[in-house]
Ligand binder design. Structure first.
Ligand code: SAH
Length: 371
């Protein structure tokens, strides 16, 4: 890799595999290169987005997730429209230009129509300070995605969880509601609906191989995504996947691999937005800062009202203490050498370039996620 014509964006699967497995000394220059991309090409900015977990009811039964439908130990909640709007207005008042609404998957017109009205209300109540809105409400029809887009949402996060169909199947119930093909199709639908599209995976899943992680990186690149949120898989005792906890890598190894995935994705896709996710912080309080040093450029402070925050528990050790909108968080960002950016929409340069080039939806045939 000393050839002058070498470009990080051309890293092969073989090289990615070697780098995931390499010792820290071999990997260090790659982490430095990822940091350099954020510092130079992306202006050293860290986009801040306020994350509201709107409800924890879910129609899905994912084997790893604490809010899965069958977990009867969860106290289900749903914030009212008023509570959500009030939280958004306060967040915008604190200077934020970007928010994320996330919740369990719900289907049907009652939910789709409600989100649509909520988006319009946010836009009208915030007036000329209306924030960019990212949604993360699971798989929906193309028509529903289009309605939400027209009502003012800009971005959508839908993790593929694992790009390998076989691994995906092993962490989900085997039925129509949990189809890998349908999830991939939903990602295409989001592109068709003109969203900035984010996806991501869990790292350190039982049964996951290094080749699976390489396939995940390739999937994100082939999908030409605009944003990524990925992090370590974390156990939750009241889920079926907990039975396989004995197969897991130690938590610090899962963290190390997750940070490497962030670096490698940054090298492959220099202009996308990559989040320093909460799951990283669940393993090590300082891991989000480390992620920002290794290629991430987005932070999503959790601004869910304290009264319900603990009930949105996807995994154990969820950090609950960060409700201040600015101070403690900006400390971690500035320590990483980045400038926290609260105002503005924080659109990924990748998306802007994609629009300028008039790039079409990537074709399914160009994908190799089954390799
Ligand atoms: N209903 C939305 C939001 C799901 S929760 C959707 O379907 O997209 C957001 C993410 O949390 C999931 O996509 C998953 O990757 C992650 N997650 C869930 N359980 C987890 C666990 N036990 N460990 C780590 N991440 C988990």
């Amino acid at each position: 890799m000393t050839d002058n014509s070498f470009k990080y964006t051309d890293l092969t699967d073989k090289q990615l595999r070697e780098l995931l497995l390499s010792d820290d000394e071999t990997f260090a220059p790659y982490a430095d290169a990822a940091r350099e991309i954020v510092m130079s090409s992306l202006g050293g900015m860290c986009y801040m987005r306020g994350l509201i977990e709107t409800h924890n009811g879910c129609v899905k039964d994912c084997l790893y997730c604490g809010i899965r439908r069958s977990n009867s130990a969860v106290a289900r909640y749903s914030l009212s429209d008023d509570e959500i709007v009030e939280t958004v207005v306060n967040t915008v008042g604190a200077g934020y230009g970007s928010i994320v609404l996330q919740g369990g998957e719900q289907r049907g017109e009652a939910f789709v129509g409600r989100v649509e009205r909520l988006l319009r209300r946010i836009a009208s109540e915030c007036g000329n300070k209306a924030p960019a809105v990212t949604l993360s409400f699971g798989e929906q029809s193309l028509e529903s995605y289009r309605r939400w887009r027209s009502a003012g949402a800009h971005r959508y996060l839908l993790r593929i969880e694992s790009s390998r169909e076989s691994l995906y199947r092993s962490i989900h119930p085997d039925n129509e509601l949990h189809s890998h093909a349908r999830r991939v199709e939903a990602l295409y639908d989001l592109r068709k609906a003109d969203f900035q599209v984010g996806t991501g995976v869990m790292i350190g899943l039982p049964g996951q191989t290094t080749d699976d992680l390489v396939a995940d990186l390739r999937f994100m690149r082939d999908m030409d995504i605009d944003m990524c949120g990925m992090g370590p898989y974390l156990e939750h005792k009241e889920t079926p996947l907990y039975a396989r906890a004995g197969e897991l890598l130690p938590a610090n190894e899962r963290l190390r691999l997750s940070l490497r995935m962030i670096t490698l994705l940054r090298l492959l896709m220099p202009t996308i937005n990559i989040a320093a996710t909460t799951a990283l912080q669940a393993i090590d309080p300082d891991a989000r800062t480390t992620a920002l040093r290794m290629g991430a450029n987005v932070m999503m402070p959790n601004i869910t009202p304290m009264s319900v925050k603990a009930e949105y528990k996807l995994y154990e050790n969820k950090p609950l203490g960060e409700n201040s909108l600015t101070a403690s968080l900006t400390e971690g960002v500035t320590r990483a050498g980045l400038t926290p950016v609260f105002g503005g929409k924080g659109t990924s340069r990748h998306y802007l370039d994609r629009l300028a080039l008039g790039a079409d939806t990537p074709s399914l045939s160009a994908m190799n996620f089954e390799v």
